[in-house]
Design a protein around this ligand. Structure first.
Ligand SMILES: [Zn+2]
Length: 53
């Protein structure tokens, strides 16, 4: 069964890049996609951890 990229959903040919996101590990096809995942996770958690000071 071919692996697919968690960011762009294309098939991963060769060595996947593993990224740890929110305690789980996902596989992506390239460095760009790993950055995309990290960014979307960071902005999602940033929005939910709004604090009043
Ligand atoms: Zn990708």
């Amino acid at each position: 069964m071919p692996k697919t990229c968690a960011a762009c959903d294309c098939a991963i040919d060769g060595d996947p890049i593993t990224v740890a996101i929110g305690g789980k590990t996902v596989e992506v096809c390239c460095e760009e996609c790993s950055e995309k995942l990290k960014e979307s996770h960071a902005s999602a958690s940033g929005a939910s951890t709004k604090r009043n000071s």
